[in-house]
Design a protein around this ligand. Structure first.
Ligand code: GDG
Length: 515
């Protein structure tokens, strides 16, 4: 079996002698890397005016890391620009926040081209490549355009909206056609899969067929089969539970619990991001205090919101809004000995976070949209099973699909959040145990290493990327549209043209079609 090559935007190279950071992809991939060896490729995290053109290599714990720097200009256009100011809001259904600029879109493509150029010489013929997330959508097509015949999969960590939303993106057809270069495209949930299938069908004009094993179906194009499937990401549940159990005994967590003076605790923790619904959540907590006065002076809400993407304008506005709302609630309801909202704007150590979760009667996780939301899963994992807290969860978090025992809310309904908080705070022990037990068992059944295995088995369980030519005849795309472009490029044979350029050819042809 060949190596596993991971490509992600940020590469978490551990320091010498350190084990990989807990949580995240490193844990998910540990088993796969140790059984077959691996390479992790991507951005170093360094942007400078004149970056070195070198690929820097490191070997840690049996894994090879290869990273490149970005120029400040590329960082601004690709990362802060197109990826986080156009793609991120669009994929989270926030078209009003979408800021599109052709120069930035070009920069996104150029950075992906550079990644492909730098990665290709590092590859062996039998490597399997797994590309992660929206910063890298065109990478597969760029690799194919340079002759890659590898198995290449793509996993999309954030929501996938239907075509009615996606098509608002200038160049949406080209973007979606890029996905045809992959052998497998994975999303988090069934809802995302519906969006992906809709975008594939309408954005490329091709037919998505039901597939034998994958619920989402497949598209066949020029001898390549692109499968579409849902692979809900998981966490290392037992490991997180153990950290939480240990952490509550620590001096820091005990001191924190003493500071609550016997009051109940509601906790929220995330990156400071407008998709996480923080202002709406604060309004929900305000509604609890307003409509259920019995909770005044009896409950404290701790919100940890680590700063993120501060160079993007919409994130600065959000910080101001949250500070104003938290200040208003505290001004309206505080007592000399009680501050209802505690707002911490810095990242907390992971073990302390786990201890806080375990001590919280309510986990309040109300994103407006979220691919999965690992905090919801971590909160459940961290609970004491004999006296567990209650999860209040947004219907629009991917996690809601697998956690029906949470109290599900619409994050835009402040009164609804207030009612759910009240229900959680007064819920009898037996009901809390039942709800928690069901969610905890499901979390244990679906490990994060199992998630990675399932994606890779689906990716590798299929025929070679370049299918036999007889299958090329089974193209599901209407032939006249296909031939319109390839006739004028090469008459040799359809299969002699690299798939990458075919993808580009299709997208150009489709971009011209009026919709
Ligand atoms: C993307 C998708 C999808 C939070 N505050 C602190 C801290 N955290 C940790 C949490 C959790 C992680 O950060 C956040 O993960 P999420 O899944 O909630 O959200 P995104 O960062 O937006 O991730 C998301 C995910 O990819 C995976 O596919 O679920 O939908 O948007 O682990 O615990 N960690 C520490 N201190 C903090 O203050 N140490």
């Amino acid at each position: 079996m060949g190596r596993l090559v991971i490509v992600s935007n940020r590469v978490p190279v551990p320091k010498r002698g350190e084990t990989p950071a807990a949580g995240g992809l490193a844990v998910a991939l540990k088993d796969a890397f140790s059984s077959r060896g691996g390479l992790w490729f991507g951005w170093s995290g360094t942007a400078s005016p004149e970056p070195a053109d070198l690929v820097r290599h490191a070997r840690r714990g049996g894994v090879d890391y290869a990273v490149i720097d970005l120029s400040q200009e590329a960082y601004d256009g690709f990362y802060a620009g197109y990826a986080n100011s156009a793609l991120w809001p669009m994929f989270h259904f926030r078209l009003g926040l979408l800021s599109y600029d052709r120069g930035q879109a070009r920069c996104y493509k150029l950075v992906n081209q550079r990644y492909a150029e730098k990665l290709l010489p590092l590859l062996r013929p039998d490597d399997t490549i797994w590309v992660h997330d929206y910063q890298m959508i065109p990478l597969g097509a760029e690799l194919r355009a340079r002759g890659s015949k590898h198995r290449i999969g793509y996993f999309h960590h954030i929501p996938f909206p239907p075509w009615a939303v996606f098509s608002a993106m200038p160049g949406g057809e080209e973007l979606i056609s890029n996905l045809l270069a992959y052998d497998l495209v994975g999303v988090q949930t069934q809802r995302d899969l519906t969006g992906l299938v809709d975008c594939m069908a309408q954005g490329t004009g091709m037919k998505v067929r039901p597939s034998g094993q994958q619920a989402g179906g497949e598209i066949r194009f020029r001898g390549r089969r692109t499968r579409l499937g849902s692979f809900p990401i998981a966490i290392a549940t037992e490991e997180f539970a153990a950290v939480a159990e240990q952490s509550v005994a620590s001096r820091e967590v005990r001191r924190f619990v003493e500071s609550l003076a016997g009051r109940s605790l509601v906790i929220g923790a995330e990156r400071l991001d407008y998709t996480k619904g923080l202002p709406e959540r604060l309004r929900g907590f305000g509604a609890l205090l307003e409509n259920f006065p019995e909770h005044r002076n009896n409950v404290t809400y701790l919100q940890i919101a680590a700063r993120s993407r501060e160079d993007v304008e919409s994130y600065k506005d959000l910080k101001r809004e949250i500070e104003t709302l938290a200040g208003r609630i505290n001004g309206d309801y505080s007592e000399a000995d009680w501050t209802p909202v505690r707002y911490v704007g810095r990242t907390q150590p992971r073990d302390m976070l786990a201890g806080y979760y375990r001590r919280a009667q309510v986990g309040l996780v109300t994103p407006l949209r979220d691919g999965m939301n690992l905090v919801a899963k971590e909160y459940v994992a961290a609970q004491d099973p004999s006296n567990p807290g209650v999860l209040v969860l947004s219907r629009f978090a991917g996690a809601a699909e697998g956690m029906p025992e949470a109290l599900l809310v619409n994050p835009l309904d402040a009164e609804g959040i207030g009612e759910a908080l009240h229900a959680a705070l007064v819920m009898p022990m037996e009901e809390r145990r039942e709800r928690h037990g069901a969610m905890y068992r499901r979390l244990c059944e679906n490990s994060v290493t199992g998630w990675a295995r399932s994606f890779l088995e689906t990716l590798e369980g299929q025929e070679t990327a370049e299918a036999p030519s007889s299958r090329a005849a089974a193209l599901s795309m209407p032939q006249p549209r296909l031939m319109a472009r390839s006739d004028s490029t090469s008459s040799a044979s359809a299969s002699a043209v690299s798939t990458g350029s075919q993808v580009a050819a299709i997208s150009t042809a489709f971009a011209r079609r009026p919709r």
